[in-house]
Design a protein around this ligand. Structure first.
Ligand code: ZN
Length: 373
């Protein structure tokens, strides 16, 4: 009898051990927060570890990978082709938004999930019609067609936006007032500031359009816009405890790189890292949220080199105690860029793979894609 009892206890122990392992590996992420640092390669990320006064949120990830960013026709991508790779899972030509090489429209993740009533939000420190956010709702042949992109937004099922770009909605060549059209589609619209959750809690859709074109740089009065909007979107999209997808773009890290302006780049990177912190804080307490942080490409060919100095005798030397941000181009570069993941399924993002795999992995893990999509 004693032997049987021991055997039974042992069997139960083994079964429960198997079961808990199964739950860990097979848990489905219900919410996905994809944060894209435009132009944010490994050197840009590294600046947070030297120049941020508090501990960088990038340091909180345990699962890392690298993506190849080339577009369909060029080794070096632009944000439109790279945004389309994330949003639609295809390689296309530089400048294309949500269309393939042959100009046909390709379904994006927002379109795939909205047919299942899953909510979505887009946040950007550029105009919301700029290449990266546009890839998640628009289908145009050229990224510069921003009025067409805004028209596509009105037709889309996105539930929450925050960024700039008012002029593409209400100062248009065709005379349409898209803000009025959005209001008719049950959008709560605010063109002054990010509000509190209490003010939008009962709204079905929300649009914060806070600049005529792009949002100002972090160092020129943007304040905590990106982190605040991220936190608010999480509250808004997560209010029903249902699945959601959101994309948060730190747009201007790229512009600091294009300008070869280290101060601009670092202040934007730190601001983006603050937004990452909001996503991780939520994911840690929620337990069902997958956070992915990556970049569309690197910009500037940035290096954290030593500063070249001269001794009193005039001899040149490299000061290893003084980092100098040096750039090798005013454009984008072809280096692989890092992917950081946290939450259920995070281990799937380890390894080296194409940027289109981000789209595939999200849909596979969440099981958001239906048969034949
Ligand atoms: Zn760029």
């Amino acid at each position: 009898m004693k032997f049987i009892r021991i055997a039974l206890v042992a069997t139960l122990f083994i079964l429960s051990a198997c079961k808990s392992e199964e739950t860990i590996t097979q848990k489905r992420p219900q919410k996905v927060i994809l944060l894209i640092g435009d132009g944010t390669g490994l050197a840009q990320v590294s600046t947070a570890f030297y120049f941020k006064e508090t501990s960088p949120n990038y340091g909180r990830f345990k699962h890392l990978g690298l993506i190849k960013t080339s577009s369909s026709q060029q080794d070096i991508t632009d944000s439109a082709a790279a945004g389309t790779a994330f949003a639609c899972g295809i390689k296309t030509y530089n400048g294309a938004i949500g269309v393939a090489d042959d100009s046909t429209k390709v379904k994006n993740i927002v379109e795939i999930i909205s047919s299942k009533n899953i909510k979505s939000g887009l946040i950007s420190t550029s105009s919301i019609t700029h290449a990266t956010p546009a890839s998640f709702y628009a289908h145009v042949l050229r990224r510069g067609y921003e009025e067409d992109i805004a028209s596509d937004f009105v037709e889309s099922d996105v539930d929450f936006i925050a960024g700039g770009g008012i002029n593409f909605f209400n100062k248009r060549e065709d005379g349409r007032d898209l803000l009025a059209e959005l209001a008719q589609k049950n959008f709560e619209i605010d063109t002054t500031a990010i509000g509190d959750f209490s003010t939008i809690q009962s709204s079905s859709k929300v649009a914060y359009l806070l600049a005529e074109n792009h949002m100002p740089p972090a160092a020129e009065g943007r304040g905590g816009f990106l982190a605040n909007a991220t936190e608010l979107a999480i509250q808004f999209l997560g209010k029903d405890e249902s699945d959601f997808f959101m994309m948060v773009e730190g747009s201007q890290v790229d512009w600091g790189g294009h300008a070869n302006n280290g101060d601009y780049l670092v202040s934007e990177l730190i601001d983006f890292d603050d937004a990452i912190g909001k996503a991780l804080d939520y994911a840690e307490q929620d337990g069902n949220t997958l956070v992915i942080v990556t970049a569309d490409h690197e910009t500037g060919g940035l290096t954290l080199s030593s500063t070249l100095k001269k001794t009193e005798e005039g001899r040149e030397y490299s000061d290893y105690d003084d980092i100098d941000l040096t750039f090798s181009t005013s454009g984008h570069s072809a280096t692989l860029v890092p992917v950081f993941a946290y939450g259920p399924g995070a281990e799937e993002f380890a390894g080296i793979y194409e940027n289109t795999e981000i789209f595939e992995k999200i849909l596979k893990l969440t099981e958001w894609r239906g048969e034949g999509e």
